[in-house]
Design a protein. Structure first.
Length: 402
C-alpha cells in the first residue's frame, strides 16, 4: 500500500508596505503609454524639446572628462556631490542675488530625488503638509509615499493666497509648505514678489519649512525675473530651494540640487547615502566641464526664445479649439498652458474620444490634493513645432465639438 504524503502548504508572500499599496501610479505616465502612437500630437508630456539639446557641447564635455580623468569619472564620489559642480551651481545662485557656497548644496539625482530626500528627512507618517492647488503631481506622490496628510492651500491666477496660507498654518500646524512659484507645473503661473514676501513672513511667524521648487525659472520668455522666496526676509533659515539641469541642459543626465540650512542638509545627505550613495560621478564632472567650457546662459536664452514661439502658437489657437466660455492662463515662461472648460465638462471622461482624434492632453484632476476640478486640463507646448501645435489644436477642437 502506497501512502501519498499531502503537499506542503504554501504560505503567501508577505504584503507590501501600506505606503506602497496606498500610492497609485502616475496618471501622466498612463496617458503617455496609450498615446505613444507616432500619429498622436501629444500635449500630455512634460519633456523638454530634444531638438534643442546642446548635443555637441554636452558630447564634448563627456569626451573631455573621460579622456582627461577617466579614473576619477568612473569612480565613486562623495554623497554631497562633486566639488567642482557644487561650486559652479553655487556661483549661479550668487550672481543671481542669493549668496550661496558649495557647502550649502547637495547634488541630487534629479530634483525629484531631492523631494524624496526631504520627505524622508522631514515627514513622519500622518503629519500634515501644505501644497498649492493644483500641485506638481510627482510632489504629491513623493509626499503621499512618505505618509503625509496633504492639505491644499487655495490659489488664484497669481498663486497662493497668503491669508489662506496663514489660516491653514495656524489650523493644522504643518511641517512644511511646498510651492513651485515660477512657471508652475501644471498651471504655468508665476507668483508675484509681494506674495513671496508674505509667504516668507508666514513661515517666520508660524514656524514652517518652505520647499521652493524651481525647475523652470530660467525659461523666461517675457517680463522681469522675480527673486526666489529664499531671498526674502524671514525665509533665509527655513527655505529649501530645489533646482535642476533637466530643463536647461539634459534630463537624461539626472542632475538636480538641494540648497538648505546646514542641519537639514546633513539629514538629507544621510538619506541620500542610504538611497544611492551619490549621483553618477561622470555626469557630474561632465556638467561641471560643460559649465566651464560653454555658455549655458546663452543656450537657455536660445531655448526660451524658441519656446516662446511655441507658446504663442498654442495661445493663438486655443480660442478656436476650446468651447465657448473656456479660460486659460498666459504663462510668461516654462512649458505649460493650463485651461479650464465651462462647468459640466469632464476632461478625464472626454480624453478617450480626444485620443481617437490623434491628440492628447493631461486632465487636471490628478493635480489636486483636495477636491479636483474636472473641467481643467494641462497642455505642454514645447515638444511640437508651431505647425504641429496648430494641427493638434484643430484636432482637439473637432473632438470637443464631436
Amino acid at each position: 500500500m502506497t501512502v501519498t504524503e499531502p503537499a506542503p502548504a504554501v504560505a503567501p508572500t508577505p504584503p507590501l508596505a501600506a505606503r506602497a499599496a496606498s500610492v497609485g501610479g502616475s496618471p501622466v505616465r498612463d496617458i503617455l503609454a496609450v498615446t505613444a502612437r507616432p500619429e498622436v500630437i501629444n500635449f500630455a508630456g512634460g519633456l523638454p524639446a530634444p531638438g534643442l539639446f546642446d548635443k555637441e557641447g554636452i558630447t564634448a564635455a563627456f569626451q573631455a572628462v573621460l579622456t582627461e580623468q577617466p579614473e576619477r569619472a568612473l569612480q565613486y564620489s562623495t554623497t554631497e556631490g562633486e566639488p567642482a559642480l557644487r561650486a559652479a551651481i553655487a556661483e549661479r545662485f550668487s550672481v543671481r542675488g542669493l549668496a550661496t557656497g558649495a557647502d550649502d548644496l547637495i547634488v541630487t539625482t534629479g530634483s525629484q530625488q531631492a523631494l524624496s530626500l526631504l520627505a524622508t528627512a522631514l515627514i513622519e507618517p500622518g503629519e500634515t503638509i501644505l501644497v498649492e492647488s493644483p500641485c506638481y503631481l510627482a510632489a504629491l506622490q513623493a509626499f503621499g509615499f512618505a505618509g503625509a496628510h496633504v492639505v491644499p492651500v487655495p490659489c488664484d491666477e497669481a498663486g497662493i493666497e497668503p491669508d489662506a496660507l496663514d489660516e491653514l498654518v495656524a489650523l493644522h500646524r504643518p511641517k512644511l509648505f511646498y510651492t513651485v512659484p515660477t512657471f508652475q507645473n501644471p498651471t504655468g503661473r508665476t507668483m508675484p514678489a509681494g506674495r513671496r514676501a508674505a509667504i516668507a513672513d508666514v513661515a517666520a511667524r508660524r514656524g514652517l519649512w518652505i520647499v521652493e521648487d524651481d525647475p523652470y525659472g530660467e525659461l523666461r520668455f517675457e517680463g522681469e525675473r522675480v527673486p526666489w522666496i529664499a531671498s526674502y526676509p524671514g525665509a533665509e533659515d527655513r527655505t529649501v530651494l530645489l533646482g535642476s539641469f533637466s530643463k536647461v541642459m539634459a534630463p537624461g543626465m539626472r542632475l538636480g540640487w538641494l540648497r538648505a540650512p546646514a542641519a537639514l542638509l546633513r539629514a538629507c545627505a544621510i538619506a541620500k547615502q542610504a538611497a544611492d550613495l551619490h549621483t553618477p560621478t561622470v555626469n557630474q564632472l561632465a556638467a561641471a566641464r560643460y559649465l566651464a567650457d560653454s555658455d549655458l546662459d546663452a543656450h537657455v536664452a536660445h531655448v526660451a526664445g524658441e519656446y516662446r514661439v511655441h507658446r504663442d502658437a498654442m495661445l493663438a489657437g486655443l480660442g478656436a479649439a476650446l468651447p465657448e466660455g473656456s479660460s486659460w492662463l498666459r504663462p510668461e515662461g516654462g512649458m505649460f498652458v493650463w485651461a479650464k472648460l465651462p462647468d459640466g465638462y469632464d476632461t478625464a471622461a472626454l480624453l478617450p474620444e480626444v485620443v481617437k482624434h490623434d491628440v492628447a492632453y493631461v486632465p487636471g484632476a490628478p493635480f489636486f490634493a483636495g477636491e479636483p476640478d474636472p473641467t481643467t486640463l494641462r497642455m505642454c507646448f514645447v515638444t511640437q513645432s508651431p505647425d504641429e501645435i496648430a494641427e493638434g489644436l484643430r484636432r482637439l477642437g473637432d473632438a470637443l465639438r464631436g
